[in-house]
Design a protein around this ligand. Structure first.
Ligand code: AMP
Length: 285
């Protein structure tokens, strides 16, 4: 398997993409923070189906981590990531360092209002500002026709859609379904932090929000259903950040009845590890 082409500067990234676009090829971007798993690789596969060329970025973005979060310990495994991307059929991997992305004197932020007030935005101040800033930069640096983001980070996907619309960035944003372990746990680079006992408990997050969604579909009220989910998770040892039932586009609490697509979202800690997950309510039972 030949090694995948890797570039570390914006100039090199642009020259590859410019050549492809000149030849009329459609280019997709898949932004990641590395420590790649099958969830990330599913995004690459989806991108390959929609574009002629797939660029994957690997950048652990310091400005989206809080001061007490895991920026320093976030898993870094570039060599095996590049190997996986070669096998998955990526055409180019962009691996900038901190100085390439945030040179001396960098002083701009992109902030999406409203959508970021709540849920992960409330729990992680400045997180979405960091995400919005780096995603804006990556989209302007690569200039892709489309970019793929996972529904695993549902609020992030909406934030990206909004900033692209608000800033008139000419790119199509494609959402990708959540890839899970056999027991339901959503794949995440942070799952490696879980102790064996925590790993056994972790799938309960998905099982519980799925139950909340099923109860909503049966006609249970949003508050009661969410609260029951919260109690169940707490009883199993999770420390709850939120269990919420929200409109799938605005992320506001429901003003009307539950409809197909209404989203159940949760964030909870097992020990020091923060897990997030979400599911859509399917058709009313
Ligand atoms: P990250 O490296 O965690 O920043 O994730 C990079 C991209 O992969 C984001 O768009 C995530 O939403 C997506 N992603 C992460 N985990 C999964 C998963 N289990 N299934 C689908 N997409 C995922």
């Amino acid at each position: 398997m030949p090694a995948v082409t890797t570039v570390r500067t914006v100039a090199d990234l642009r020259s590859h993409v410019a050549k492809w676009r000149k030849e009329g090829e459609r280019v997709a971007l898949v932004p990641t923070m590395g420590a790649l798993h099958a969830g990330h690789l599913s995004l690459v596969t989806l991108a390959r189906g929609k574009a002629d060329r797939v660029v994957v970025s690997i950048f652990i973005n310091p400005i989206q981590f809080g001061p007490r979060e895991d920026f320093k310990t976030y898993p870094r495994q570039e060599a095996s990531d590049l190997d996986k991307l070669a096998k998955a059929g990526a055409d180019l991997v962009f691996v900038p360092d901190g100085a390439e992305m945030y040179p001396e004197g960098f002083s701009t932020r992109v902030k999406v209002f409203d959508l970021t007030d709540d849920l992960c935005g409330a729990a992680r101040p400045n997180h979405f500002e960091g995400v919005a800033t780096v995603v804006t930069k990556l989209l302007l640096q690569a200039g892709p026709d489309l970019a793929v983001f996972g529904e695993k980070d549902y609020q992030q996907l909406l934030v990206v859609r909004r900033l692209v619309r608000d800033l008139n960035i000419p790119v199509e944003i494609v959402g990708a379904p959540i890839v899970r372990e056999e027991d339901g746990l959503a794949l995440s680079s942070r799952n490696v932090y879980l102790s064996p006992a925590e790993r056994k408990t972790a799938p309960l997050l998905y099982r519980t929000i799925s139950e909340v969604a099923a109860n909503l579909a049966k006609g249970e009220g949003a508050d009661a259903a969410a609260l029951a989910g919260r109690f169940k998770l707490e009883a199993a040892g999770f420390r709850i950040d939120y269990v919420a039932v929200r409109d799938p586009e605005t992320l506001k609490p429901l003003s009307g009845p539950v409809k197909p697509g209404t989203r159940v979202l949760a964030a909870a800690y097992l020990g020091k590890t923060r897990l997030i997950d979400n599911v859509a309510v399917s058709a009313k039972a």
